[in-house]
Design a protein around this ligand. Structure first.
Ligand SMILES: *[C@@H]1O[C@H](CO)[C@@H](O)[C@H](O)[C@H]1NC(C)=O
Ligand SMILES: *[C@@H]1O[C@H](CO)[C@@H](O)[C@H](O)[C@H]1NC(C)=O
Ligand SMILES: *[C@@H]1O[C@H](CO)[C@@H](O)[C@H](O)[C@H]1NC(C)=O
Ligand SMILES: *[C@@H]1O[C@H](CO)[C@@H](O)[C@H](O)[C@H]1NC(C)=O
Ligand SMILES: *[C@@H]1O[C@H](CO)[C@@H](O)[C@H](O)[C@H]1NC(C)=O
Ligand SMILES: *[C@@H]1O[C@H](CO)[C@@H](O)[C@H](O)[C@H]1NC(C)=O
Length: 427
């Protein structure tokens, strides 16, 4: 980068800082702290002022925000703010790693993969861009069966690197990644991997084995791990040995190393995705960003398919059966706010539950749920997480705050999340 471009960049970043302050003002006054609800139509093209590779030190010369007033905030400003925020924290960070990254040459993009944060969506898209679809041709990437997306790719490569080995092609890529609120991420990992049959044979049995006096027949299935046991395990596992579903972002997708242009958030997935698709000249796919109703149905179908697919593996034979799994799925759909908490799983006494019959029952229950109010189910979902965390001892909460400290800071999440802490007395 030449001297002049560098200076221009600094001036541009300065101008952005002003916008950044506007965003902050809107955020703090609305009390949400994650993003603006109002987004202007002013979506500019790929920001040329985005940080150059290794360019974040420029940030050090800039002053703090002056006070400012404003309402209209463009998404460019939102991403600039998110980048500046993580850049600030990068000065404290070390041991950074990019664990798994996908890229595409023609669209000049790179996507750092964080499991469970829009990952299926983007992997589908990248596999399709690479024509890595098991020999089938799809006009629309989202026609590809979802379970296939997580098969090992044949053509597309995953990249893994650290400070010493970052690939040079990254410098001219449009780079993006997604994160989500760390407490919600852990809760979601627990629900998907331990309530449902997925990691019972990965970490589940290891967690159950830690119980005092447990015999092999008691721990071998790993199918009854509690949330507290799970968190206790996570906070006692060295980061280098951690599963990528709980690994801190810094070791999984460090923004200090990856230098994303866009840090998307689960909480604003649709707006962020629309913006990124536009940068990729794939705006026509925006229409696929389904409304929440379609998404819920899709998600329930997919979770049923996945769970029934999973329990065919030998490991699960003596550990579960279709009735057991169907009732677990039911619980998960209540946790996720799809099914009313008040309706109990009606087939608990059945011998065998067919997946197709279960889908039918679940969708019917979903369609007929009363009352209809969507906010009620969002509240039910939030309450499930709050209840789960209320059982977690303070000592474990403290370890979580330490383990994910940089994640909270880098991505602007509150380690003392109000909904989790309002009933706790933290000295
Ligand atoms: C935001 O900007 C748009 C278009 O530039 C304008 O129509 C709208 O009135 C503005 N809203 C506010 C609250 O300033
Ligand atoms: C997107 O389209 C614009 C205009 O057609 C073009 O200038 C740009 O290079 C394209 N970007 C990508 C990533 O293909
Ligand atoms: C993608 O793969 C399909 C099936 O193998 C093939 O027919 C098609 O031509 C390929 N498209 C591209 C762009 O490589
Ligand atoms: C960085 O990556 C290189 C190449 O993959 C590897 O040899 C090295 O051990 C890694 N360094 C650290 C600190 O992880
Ligand atoms: C399941 O249980 C039966 C009977 O107890 C036993 O013979 C079989 O080996 C077990 N299967 C697995 C996969 O553990
Ligand atoms: C199904 O699996 C669960 C969990 O392992 C077990 O408690 C239950 O007895 C099993 N039911 C049948 C009918 O085998």
């Amino acid at each position: 980068m030449g001297r002049r471009t560098k200076r221009t960049a600094v001036v541009l970043i300065g101008a952005l800082l002003l916008l950044f302050c506007l965003v902050e003002l809107v955020l703090f006054s609305s009390g949400r702290g994650t993003d603006c609800s109002e987004v202007s139509r002013n979506e500019k093209s790929f920001p040329t002022h985005s940080p150059s590779y290794n360019g974040f030190h420029e940030r050090a010369h800039l002053n703090r925000c002056p006070d400012a007033l404003g309402k209209n905030v463009s998404r460019d400003a939102i991403y600039a703010r998110r980048r500046l925020r993580s850049d600030d924290v990068c000065f404290q960070s070390s041991r950074d790693q990019v664990y798994r990254m996908a890229e595409h040459d023609f669209t000049k993009t790179a996507f750092c993969i964080v499991p469970k944060v829009g990952c299926t969506y983007w992997l589908t898209l990248f596999r399709w861009l690479h024509n890595d679809t098991l020999g089938k041709h799809y006009t629309n990437p989202f026609d590809m069966p979802r379970y296939q997306v997580h098969y090992k790719p044949n053509i597309m490569k995953y990249h893994r690197f650290n400070m010493t080995s970052a690939p040079s092609f990254l410098s001219d890529r449009f780079r993006f990644m997604f994160v989500r609120e760390p407490y919600a991420r852990l809760w979601s990992a627990y629900v998907d991997k331990f309530i449902l049959p997925d990691y019972w044979n990965v970490d589940g049995w290891k967690i159950a084995k830690r119980r005092q006096g447990a015999t092999k027949s008691q721990w071998r299935c790993g199918n009854d791990v509690t949330f507290v046991e799970f968190l206790d395990f996570v906070t006692n596992t060295p980061v280098s040995k951690m599963n990528d579903h709980y690994m801190p972002y810094q070791q999984l997708c460090s923004p200090c190393l990856f230098r994303p242009h866009v840090i998307g958030k689960m909480e604003t997935f649709r707006q962020d995705t629309r913006y990124i698709l536009k940068q990729m000249n794939l705006s026509w796919l925006s229409q696929e960003l389904s409304d929440s109703d379609t998404h819920s149905r899709h998600e329930m179908h997919m979770l049923i398919d996945d769970a029934y697919h999973e329990i065919r593996y030998k490991f699960f034979h003596n550990c579960t059966n279709t009735t057991h799994i169907a009732s677990r799925l039911w619980t998960v759909f209540q946790i996720n706010g799809y099914l009313p908490k008040s309706v109990r799983f009606p087939w608990a006494g059945r011998g065998h539950v067919d997946s197709r019959a279960l889908k039918k029952l679940v969708i019917e229950t979903y369609e007929n749920r009363q009352p209809k109010n969507k906010f009620l189910y969002a509240a039910q979902k939030e309450q499930a997480m709050v209840d789960a965390y209320s059982a977690v001892p303070d000592s474990v909460m403290q370890k979580l705050r330490e383990l994910y400290e940089l994640d909270f800071k880098m991505f602007d999440y509150d380690p003392m999340l109000e909904i989790l802490y309002r009933k706790r007395n933290v000295g």
